[in-house]
Structures are given as structure tokens and as C-alpha cells.
Design a binder for this molecule. Structure first.
Ligand code: ADP
Ligand code: MG
Length: 238
């Protein structure tokens, strides 16, 4: 199953120590949110789980298998990027199926899985459109569809809603939570938005300066923040 464990994971960029020894377990099926101020290492940690950055030291397991030195395509993870990462010259269907086509799946298989993903995201009627003919929320759904077709054991999201307007952000938040309820796949979601963290997470990981400050459910962090930093960041009265 898609549990994720990090054991003393560090990241150095040259002389800079950016992740300073992170121990963390994310259970299979959990919706886990990484929060923390800009520059604390959220994206770097996520990119190491995705295999887009090397791990300087420590170990990573996904689904019980050691993935520390395994390439991104072999990890069974899919990353959802911001919606502007769609290919503008491709249709919605081509965008969703692109990753599968690249990995040699048959035309029929790509079509079948693209259709299933589109149904899950209510994009059936838009498969022939180009990204420029979609709303911001629809584009974000296509970005999620590109991950879903690959049937990953872990979904990774890096601030996927940050370039949407406020009302759309609220709507997409609800849709992503609903998707998680439907498919129950492990999701790791990075945000600097406390409200997103509090409303979406089963588990919140609060990061600061490349270290984990505290891990807990939204209620635990709200009612029992470990220190002033967590209290301030989560917004609890302390
Ligand atoms: P966050 O996503 O929490 O805002 P990042 O993980 O992007 O933080 O960055 C953490 C720190 O690592 C920052 O100080 C950033 O400048 C640094 N950093 C990130 N990527 C690189 C890189 N490729 N080379 C050097 N420093 C980097
Ligand atoms: Mg970031």
C-alpha cells in the first residue's frame, strides 16, 4: 500500500543545508498536508519524495519499498502541478493521456483510462477543447486528471491552487477533498495556506527551517500547539 516513510532525510544544495533530518510516516490513504512559511523546504521535501531531487542522506520508502535511489517513473507517485503547466497546443484528452502515451501504453488503453479520469473529474464534455478554452478550475482538473490516469499509489500536490482566485480556490479545495474520499489514495499536499491545511488534512506536518516542528491532526495542532511558532502558524489562541 502507499504509505510513505522518511528516515533522517536531508538535502544539501552546495553548502546550504535545506532539509536537516526529517523523520516522518504518512499512512496509506492519508491526506497529509505540509505547511510552513516560504523557504522552509516544503517543495524540496515533496520533490525528493517524487524523485525530482536527489536525497543527500537518509532513506525514503514508499509502499514498504526502498525508493531512496529509485528514479521518478518507478516510484508509483504522480505530481499535480499548477494548471498553467498544461500543454497549450494539446486537447484536454491529449493532455490527460500524455504521460501514458510516453510510457508506451496502447492507444485503446490510453483512451479508456483518459475517459475514466475525465468522468471522475467531470471533464467528459471538454475532452476536445484546448486549455485556452477552459476556466481556471477546469484547467486545474485537467492537471489532476494527468495524475489520475497513471493510477499512482501516492499523489503529490505542490500549492496547486495558488494561482486561482479566492472563490475558485474554495471550490477546488472541496473537489480535491472529495476526490480523496472517493479514491482513498495517499495524498501529500503542500501549501502555505493555513485554512487549506486545517480544512483538508487528516495529518498536518508543520515545517520550519528544514525541520519538522510538529505533526498532528488539525485539532491536535489547534488545541495543543507545541510552541509559539506552531500556534502562530495554525492560528490557535496562544
Ligand atoms: P518552500 O517550498 O517551503 O517555499 P523550498 O523547498 O522551495 O521552500 O526551498 C527551501 C530552501 O531551499 C530555500 O532557501 C531555497 O532558496 C532553497 N533551494 C530550493 N531549491 C534550490 C536549488 N535548486 N538550489 C539552491 N537552493 C535551493
Ligand atoms: Mg514551494
Amino acid at each position: 500500500m502507499g504509505n510513505v516513510t522518511l528516515n533522517r532525510v536531508t538535502k544539501q544544495f552546495g553548502a546550504a543545508s535545506v532539509i536537516k533530518g526529517v523523520d516522518l510516516t504518512i499512512e496509506a490513504g492519508e491526506f497529509c498536508v505540509f505547511v510552513g512559511p516560504s523557504g522552509c523546504g516544503k517543495s524540496t521535501l515533496l520533490r525528493m519524495i517524487a524523485g525530482l531531487e536527489d536525497i543527500s542522506s537518509g532513506a525514503l520508502k514508499i509502499g514498504g519499498n526502498d525508493m531512496t535511489r529509485v528514479g521518478p517513473a518507478e516510484r508509483g507517485v504522480a505530481m499535480v502541478f499548477q494548471s498553467y503547466a498544461l500543454y497549450p497546443h494539446m486537447t484536454v484528452a491529449e493532455n490527460i493521456g500524455f504521460g501514458l502515451r510516453m510510457t508506451g501504453h496502447s492507444k485503446d488503453e490510453v483512451a479508456r483510462r483518459t475517459k475514466a479520469a475525465a468522468e471522475m473529474l467531470q471533464l467528459q464534455s471538454m475532452l476536445g477543447r484546448k486549455p485556452s478554452q477552459l476556466s481556471g478550475g477546469q484547467r486545474q482538473r485537467v492537471a489532476i486528471g494527468r495524475a489520475i490516469v497513471r493510477n499512482p499509489q501516492v499523489f503529490l500536490f505542490d500549492e496547486p491552487l495558488s494561482n486561482l482566485d479566492a472563490s475558485l480556490r474554495v471550490q477546488m479545495r472541496t473537489e480535491i477533498s472529495k476526490l480523496h474520499q472517493d479514491i482513498r489514495t495517499t495524498m501529500i499536499y503542500v501549501t502555505h495556506d493555513q485554512v487549506e491545511a486545517m480544512t483538508m488534512a487528516d495529518k498536518i506536518v508543520v515545517l520550519q527551517g528544514g525541520l519538522v516542528e510538529q505533526v498532528g491532526s488539525p485539532l491536535e495542532l489547534y488545541h495543543r500547539p507545541k510552541n509559539i511558532f506552531v500556534a502562530g502558524f495554525i492560528g490557535s489562541p496562544k
